[in-house]
Write a new protein. Sequence first.
Lengths: 349, 337
Amino acid sequence: MSEPGVPPPEDVLLEVRGLRTEFRVLDGIVPAVDGVDFSLRRGETLGLVGESGSGKSVTSLSIMRLIERPGAIVGGEIWFEGRDLLKLSEGDMEDIRGNEITMIFQEPMTSLNPVFTVGEQIAESVRLHRHASKKDAWDRAIEMLKLVGIPSPERRVKQYPHEMSGGMRQRVVIAMALACDPKLIIADEPTTALDVTIQAQILELMKRIQAESGAAMLLITHDLAVVAETVQRIAVMYAGKIVESGAVEETLLHPQHPYTEGLLTSIPSRVARGQRLNVIKGTVPNPFRLPKGCKFEPRCPYSFEPCKDNDPPLESIGNDRKVRCWLHGLPEHALPVTVAAGTTPGGAS
Amino acid sequence: MLKYIVRRLILLIPILFGLSIFIIVLVHALPGDPCSSILGEHTSPDRLAACRHGLGLDKPLYQQYFDYMAGVFRGDLGTSATNRVSVVTSFLTRFPATIELSLAAMVVAIGVGVPLGIAAAKRQGSVFDNFATVASLIGISIPIFFLGLLLAYVFGVWLHWLPTLGRVNLRIYDFSHAGTNFLLWESLVINHNIPEFIDVVSHLILPAIALGTIPLAVVARITRSAVLEVLNEDYVRTARAKGLTSGRIDRRHVLRNAMLPIATVIGLQTGLLLGGAVLTETIFSWGGVGSWLFQAAVDKDFVVIQSGTLILATIFVLVNLTVDISYAYLNPRIRYS
């Protein structure tokens, strides 16, 4: 990662540095995103994984600068195409939204406007950003519906959202996000609200379209299975921070952070029949009373002295992998006996 | 759609039947009758009996009701007992005045109420929002007769800015070429007489404000809550994510959805106003149906009260039907079948 204020190298499309987004509510300040760093190369797919409330969605909305009161972005840099988005005017940002960066939202039932036809809604951004004529924008809408696999698009384009099924609507949302050939697609839990069979279809569609269009994709999900099938790299978030990142296969096979390990061992299919499912004990910390040291310390089976008082940094551990854990940050002799003996996540290999 | 409208119109028949029975019972429960009003207190019992016989008031109530309804079905809504003018004629001369006043009041209510409600919703919790909330509460609570008299006193008597009585100044407005009694329309479109038009408008301002205040407050409150609700919808976030400007989002995506409850309230309020504004019309000597029905009630003019109410009820239902039909345009989820 480059120095503050210096744009990242040309091949990096998006670089988020030290992003902090807070919500000021009556009871105090919630640091929903608390110093998040990651980057995304052109055409790359990155999965941002974490539980509800870990700050994934707030991160994505921050990139779009769609945080509304009482929330506010209070620090960091978001470099996109050589520009820091946080320094742009609202007008410049409007040119980027829906054009160079687009979003696919979780709820296909509610993220389409009920009083306009799907065609009007797809054509709207084409007319706005491409300055296309009404006719051209409408043709583009039909073309996009065809692209996302909606049968008889000429008829469907004139329909209203309520005349379509959930899976169909999500295809429309995807068509809307792709209509202006974006460089980055942010998909926030795009399959969570859908039936399992439809989920698979939509994921397949997104993979195909991402590959065809060459757009980079930031996929936000709590579902590790979705991530494993879809993305190249993964970043795991916990309590507003990224705790581990790396290539998807590497990370899922050999997790280096106790939280990632906990997530993986709590997936039913990974555990042999008749065996108890692992549960990460405790709950996500209260955002008003975050632990002083490592945010995962109260729930961590490996916690030892340094974890209680000091928040570990996100350290590179080679092979393009990073982890935020004292188990990897301290010299061997400072580690507790059990850990040194080889019971760390991933077997301390 | 046509089927829906026809069904709604057929539904009007039982409504009007029920209403006619309700009114005739209510009217006859009033102490006194037209004859005692016409002949006064110091008349002989014979003359009173003759008058009652002449109007058919000596028959049993059900007989009177059937006679009246038989007339209605023949298209005869009856004649006033006090001035022998047919109800339809009186209504047609007075209703244009009420329409002009009601529409002017709704222009005030919508023109101020909708922007006020939107502005308050966009700044939820701000000083402006609180001010608007308190102001609309006052607007709903203030008695019309008080507001009307206050307006008349301040702007008419004290400041001499605006006239406070009647629809026109007869020295300016020439009634010799009058026809429809829609004075705004006549002066501007038919006669192209700008001084007359200005005179009509200046007479309209104070009553319209007095009459429009309650609808204004109601519209502002509904607009605020409807817009607030829509602003929290996911599709508004989608619209922002598309890069639309906030003005365009408000006009296209927010207002269009918020229009549903607002249209309902506007329709109901317009229907109410068309029913005649007794207090406003009385204070500003406005010759509309409100003051007409009020006078009929004072005179115990049974036929006028009955027929007038039936006509207004029909109009009220038709206005509401219009609102319901507009839903189909505003909300594609309700396309009547």
